[in-house]
Design a protein around this ligand. Sequence first.
Ligand code: F0G
Length: 464
Amino acid sequence: MTPAVYQKCIHPACGGTADLRDTHFACPKCGGLLDVAYDWNRLPVPKALKHFESKWANRTNPLDFSGVWRFRELLPFAADEHVVTIGEGQTLCQRTDAVAKFVGLNAGGLFLQYEGMNPSGSFKDNGMCAAFTHARITGASRAACASTGNTSASLAAYCAATQLMRAVIFIGSGKISYGKLSQALEHGALTLQIHGDFDDALRRVREVSAKLGIYLVNSVNPFRLEGQKTIMFRVLEAMNWSVPDWVVVSGGNLGNVSAFAKAFSELKHLGLIDRAPRLAVVNAAGACTLYELCEKRGLRWRNGAFDRAAVDGYYAELSARGAKADTLGSAIEINQPVNLPKALRALSCFGGVARAVPDTEMLDAKAQVGAGGLGCEPASAASVAGVKRLVAEGVIDKDARVVCVLTGHLLKDPDETVAYHTADKATFDAKLGSRGVTSVSFANRAVPVPNDLDAIVRAIQSHA
Ligand code: F0G
């Protein structure tokens, strides 16, 4: 009899499976991506989502305190004694009318799911605690990732806080913000800065992990995505278990959109929701593989039989042009997303769309999110810039209820924020101009004032 929990190839025609403990994270039959699969008939599942609210009464139990593990009946791959938590997932879903106005939605229409409140400052902790739990089941002693910065910060934090594994981190040269690099260094991770970009680093870390038997925590690891499903459970909870019309997220390696889609598929299958939201993924214009393939070239999932030659052809084109991913949203500076097939499946199941936004729109949206009271990093704000476009196009109705996931904290990348607000305009425009876009709209420049009482008073009054 198949076990109640195992790993299963995402391609329906393949049918490959792997044991729960397997750490290759590739289908043994076809090499494709794997899902964590459950035989729900043999697992205890609550009758209604309201069940999870009672967990709040039990916050002295670390498993009930965690915003990931209090939903553990919906990611039931580990016994409680294996579960790893450092208090992740205490995040906020906030109605933000000022930002709703900016994107063209009616008041009450926009909610920001603020994942910057996680222990390491990004959504990655949702997935990292799940990967660590799986790693503990398998007895791994070292873990590795390639990263644009947040996965590595999260891995380093979990290694340091739990002392369960040692961290090996691969980053591209010059492609990581200081906030994130400082976390990897401070938490004591072995940090390898290789010559190349994220796509190069990911290829290498997969080779090295296989060769040395190091546990891989990039989002090709399906257990990571089990943890990231809970971001959507918390969104539903914040909306009193009602389902929004749209969920919008920035796209890099496309793990989040894949996890969100799995969350909604399973909730529907279990009869815990009666409808699902539509999904939108927003790329940076300088790293827009999903947008290019889906929206411009018509690539579709086709129940797993998607046109692989079209994907390979696009990658070959990029490399023939010497085109590397290039955006100020460094977290999503990725041209070859490993979860592309899962993202195609997600878009096809949930009426999904992809868009690409230039850096200026991303940074303006970020400044508006900040002016509304929540601070996020540039890549996170692609979601908000994407909503603005989709509302203008009429794809999202003005009276829709929309959730944007803010994936990382403002302080992850303060350099870009300070540059936006205070660098002299000509310098900043020149920097953006090299990317084919110019000018920023919401700069809040520092005001130079002499050290003189009257001058200070005049400066304040003239800005009243
Ligand atoms: N936003 C932030 C802040 C991120 O760090 C990432 C990915 C994404 C969005 C994209 O999420 O990959 O699920 O589509 N950062 C990875 C890293 C790649 O290495 O930290 P995705």
